[in-house]
Design a protein around this ligand. Sequence first.
Ligand SMILES: NC(=O)c1ccc[n+]([C@@H]2O[C@H](COP(=O)([O-])OP(=O)(O)OC[C@H]3O[C@@H](n4cnc5c(N)ncnc54)[C@H](O)[C@@H]3O)[C@@H](O)[C@H]2O)c1
Length: 256
Amino acid sequence: MRLADRAVLITGAASGIGWGMAKAMAREGARVAIADIDRAKVEQRVAELGGAAYGVTADVGDLAEIDRMVSSVTAHFGRLDVMVNNAGVTRRCAFMDIDEALWDQVHRVNAKGVFFCLQRAAREMISQGGGVIINTASIAGRGYPGTSNAAYAASKGAVITMTMLAARALGRHNITVNSICPGVTRTELAQNIMQLQSEKEGRPLADIEAQAARGIPIGRMNEPDDIAEMAVFLASPAARNITGQSINVDGGLIMM
Ligand SMILES: NC(=O)c1ccc[n+]([C@@H]2O[C@H](COP(=O)([O-])OP(=O)(O)OC[C@H]3O[C@@H](n4cnc5c(N)ncnc54)[C@H](O)[C@@H]3O)[C@@H](O)[C@H]2O)c1
């Protein structure tokens, strides 16, 4: 039980990577709060997880909702030990087709949302004497050419940068801040992107998936569990002296 009794809040936890993290952390003994914009899915996931699970519906692009989310989770558990800023959005878009609406939509959630969730969680952690913050970035933030679009890649570059600066600012409060950079991971978000590519190119989805896997040195895409295992490690006492890092979990797709 590497996370026995830890109070954890995960955004975007109703599906994909966030849901994988919620299950993995609960298996390690954590009390997990599932936060997501999708109310019906939050209720469903809380019921599935059972035990000490708690649910909260919130849009992480809205500062008032972030405040309400963190306050309610902290009040429910009595403290906040681990904050996972995982919610993110994107869609496939060619460089020259990116418009202001797409830029704003992506940056509102992926960059602004991560920053203000991180800052709000840090306020609780400073007053309780420490904590762990984990952000879901992406290898897109390191310039991975297979990214869904350049606005998304820039938002993930922002997450990698704010991870370093937050780690510097918060280290003296006994708070570690790290990011995970997933590669191609089998979730709804990734499936939608590959489905669109399959329709556009008139090729079966299985072809697109096989092509994606061929480019990966280990030869397989991530499952959400691959990312969840890294999150458990970063949240555990074993990672107490690791901070400011962004760690790729991608089967070797990007080696920087
Ligand atoms: N799947 C991949 O290949 C991949 C690769 C690299 C990074 N990532 C990152 O991993 C994270 C999770 O992605 P995923 O693949 O699990 O996606 P997903 O679409 O399966 O899940 C994302 C969840 O976030 C929620 N969400 C969206 N907007 C929100 C908002 N404004 N407020 C609160 N919740 C919101 C959605 O309802 C959904 O439940 C994202 O940050 C994504 O950028 C994914």
